[in-house]
Design a protein around this ligand. Structure first.
Ligand code: G3P
Length: 222
């Protein structure tokens, strides 16, 4: 993935599953084509391959299991992502937390498979620890703002400043990010982009919502 980027986590929103996941991914690709801003989509595991086939922008999983291929019923593995040309994965999202050794395995094995990893962190200590593993980005998201209309950029800009200093990897920030101004401020504070969900998945017009986020990156750059 190129940075700075707008990374869109589709989570398990009804508005972003099945054919609607493909539609949102196409809207994201259109924004990328029209602006040159890097836009990454992370649909649910079932929709990954369909979305991969529909667009050329980076496609990430939302989570993977830290197993080698074998008898692990119901698991989603990095090797499965690699088979179908998925670009990478998010790991340790607040809504799907794992222990440190799980993140360690995922970053290590992903790099062997030439996949990318966005490691999420709910606080400074986790951000610092996962950044030492050298993921492609660390996404810092204060859990209490996730899914709200109060953005991390407005409510907790100090978290962005601190993370950029502490973390030894590119920093993405997320939680409540919905406007051009939210993204612009995050990038001006040193973030390499944003991780967003509800601002796009719940928007009446996802294309317009993604375009507004991309404009934040354009306006923040010299
Ligand atoms: O992964 C993105 C995320 O947790 C932020 O969600 O809905 O606040 O943009 P949202």
């Amino acid at each position: 993935m190129d940075l700075p980027a707008v990374v869109i986590n589709f989570k398990a929103y009804a508005q972003a599953m099945g054919a609607r996941a493909v539609d949102i991914a196409r809207a994201a690709e259109r924004v990328h084509d029209e602006t040159g801003v890097s836009v990454v989509v992370a649909p649910n595991a079932v929709d990954l391959v369909r979305v991969r086939e529909a667009v050329d922008i980076p496609v990430f999983a939302q989570h993977v299991d830290a197993y080698q291929p074998g008898a692990h019923t119901g698991s989603v593995l990095l090797e499965m992502l690699a088979e179908w040309g998925i670009d990478g994965t998010i790991i340790n999202h607040s809504e799907h937390q794992v222990n440190f050794s799980w993140v360690e395995y995922v970053v290590h094995r992903a790099h062997e498979l030439h996949l990318e990893v966005i490691a999420c962190a709910a606080d400074d200590a986790i951000a610092r620890a996962v950044s030492d593993l050298q993921p492609n980005a660390v996404a810092v998201e204060p859990p209490e703002l996730i899914g709200t209309d109060i953005s991390v950029s407005k409510a907790k800009p100090e978290i962005i400043r601190r993370s950029v200093e502490l973390v030894h990897a590119p920093v993405l920030v997320g939680a409540g990010v919905k406007t051009t101004e939210d993204v612009k401020k995050a990038v001006e504070l040193g973030a390499q982009g944003v991780l967003v969900a509800s601002g796009v998945t719940k928007a009446k017009d996802p294309y317009k919502a993604i375009m507004e986020l991309a404009e934040g990156i354009i306006r923040a750059l010299p």
